[in-house]
Design a protein around this ligand. Structure first.
Ligand code: CP
Length: 310
């Protein structure tokens, strides 16, 4: 792989994305076996440091690292010296002095992973920075689509909901467009960033039109914590107009797949029937997250894509 850090899918090539996805297939076979561990990253240390809450990403990176036999350090920011006022860079340099190899970081401020990549020695993996990118979520989403649909080129993918505040949307857009998908963003105009068409996506503010003939619906969480003012009248109205239920699913292709990065607001952007229904791949996304993160850690650690690893 031609890079030391994974900050954004905007920055990496189609070939690198395909290498990660191909290797993730092998790692998925490994994690479905009774013995799920390989010795590949023995002796390496991965730091997980999350300045924002996480269930999936943090645990998934921990499992991915452990299944590659790396040592894992999890720093709980709320009980660390961050609460005494220690700066981000002092915190990272302190832990780095204990000889770590990778930093997996989530932060509310866009640009923190890039800043760290220029100021500390370890490999940095962005686990979500503000409203910028969440590259491993983008990769696992693409992997899941590829697994189900056997291709990406030419697929119509609708990303629905709070596009404005979504790092997941940006990583999906960059990655999927590089692999030839046709992307639509669908939501109320107040939740769609100005000029997003420049990324090569089509914009729809009418759900029925936006979902017409799509192969994939990726439903985003309404991120109330990032909305500084009311961007739609009420949650109820949002759910009525843009929440995906079984009726609205009929606007899409009959064999469309339904994704959500989680955590879900059931009954708001997605109805329980859809979340738990036959078109949903939400739990498969979570399983695939471990395999994809194993592939990322392995390749960033200098592993060769063609080497036998099991
Ligand atoms: N999809 C995602 O990033 O979930 P978490 O916030 O639980 O990590």
């Amino acid at each position: 792989m031609a890079f030391k850090h994974l900050i954004a899918l905007q920055d990496i090539s189609k070939e690198d994305i395909l290498d990660i996805l191909n290797l993730a297939k092998t790692f998925k076979e490994i994690i479905l076996k009774p013995v799920k561990k390989v010795p590949t990253l023995k002796g390496k240390t991965v730091l997980n440091i999350f300045y924002e809450p996480s269930t999936r990403t943090r645990t998934s990176f921990e499992l991915a690292a452990k299944r590659l036999s790396a040592d894992v350090l999890n720093v709980a920011v709320s009980t660390s010296s961050v609460v005494k006022g220690e700066t981000l860079i002092d915190t990272l340099r302190t832990i780095e002095a204990m000889q770590i190899d990778y930093v997996v970081i989530r932060h509310s401020i866009s640009g923190v992973p890039l800043f760290l990549s220029k100021n500390i020695k370890s490999s940095i993996i962005n686990a979500g920075d503000g409203m910028h990118e969440h590259p491993t979520q983008g990769l696992l989403d693409i992997f899941t689509i590829m697994e189900k649909k056997k291709k990406i080129e030419g697929l119509k993918v609708a990303i629905v909901g709070d596009i404005a505040h979504s790092r997941v949307a940006r990583s999906n857009i960059w990655g999927l467009i590089k692999l030839g998908a046709k992307i639509r963003v669908v939501g109320p105009s107040t939740l769609i960033p100005k000029d997003i068409e420049k990324l090569g996506v089509e914009v729809f503010t009418d759900l029925k039109q936006g979902l017409k003939d799509v192969d994939v619906i990726n439903i985003l969480r309404i991120q109330l914590e990032r909305q500084k003012k009311n961007l739609f009248p009420t949650i109820r109205e949002y759910a009525m107009l843009f929440g995906i239920n079984t009726e609205k699913l009929k606007y899409a292709k009959p064999d469309c797949m339904v994704m959500h990065p989680g955590p879900m607001n059931r009954g708001i952007e997605i109805s329980p029937n859809v979340a738990d229904g036959e078109k949903s791949v939400i739990e498969e996304q979570v399983t695939n997250g471990v395999a994809v993160r194993m592939a990322v850690l392995y390749l960033m650690g200098g592993g060769k894509k063609d080497e036998v690893i099991n």
